[in-house]
Design a protein around this ligand. Structure first.
Ligand SMILES: [Zn+2]
Length: 159
């Protein structure tokens, strides 16, 4: 092989790459199911958005935001879900005041960083091609409520 020690980024049958699994200096960390990026195959437009927002975010905040499910390899359906098949949808965790890489619900006022989460959502919203952001903290502009979207928000790009 011509490759000399550079790790090969996994790619699926659609030629979508797996989201880089959060190098230490990245503005995001990864979570989701299944683990190790197997639910993080991203359409090129999604990859561009995440890397762009990640750069913007790390310029204003040293905490990392959590990136969860995007799509499974080949766009096969998740059990119980019919979304997250195109690589154009992503789940993002709200920011915690303590910066820990753990979930937080928007109504956990001791832990949830409303202002930082609002800034992060504004960055996604400003990105060209974002169609909807689903999240149940309705004090944040632009979001629409959706069942179970209390500890993550769901960003959908236009096809
Ligand atoms: Zn989602």
């Amino acid at each position: 092989m011509a490759n000399s020690g550079v790790p090969i980024q996994p790619q699926d049958t659609r030629h979508f790459f797996m989201l880089p699994q959060a190098p230490e200096d990245a503005g995001y960390y990864v979570y989701g199911t299944p683990p190790n990026g197997r639910g993080q195959y991203a359409h090129p437009a999604m990859m561009s958005m995440l890397l762009y927002v990640e750069r913007e975010w790390s310029a204003i905040d040293s905490r990392q935001f959590g990136v969860g499910n995007i799509s499974l390899a080949g766009g096969v359906p998740y059990e119980h879900h019919n979304t997250h098949r195109t690589g154009l949808e992503v789940d993002i965790r709200p920011l915690r005041k303590d910066g820990r890489h753990d979930p937080v619900f928007w109504y956990q006022h001791e832990l949830y960083d409303h202002d930082a989460t609002a800034k992060l959502i504004a960055m996604f919203h400003a990105y060209a091609g974002v169609q909807t952001i689903l999240f149940n903290d309705l004090s944040i502009p632009f979001v629409r409520p959706f069942r179970d979207h209390d500890h993550h928000f769901h960003v959908k790009l236009l096809p």
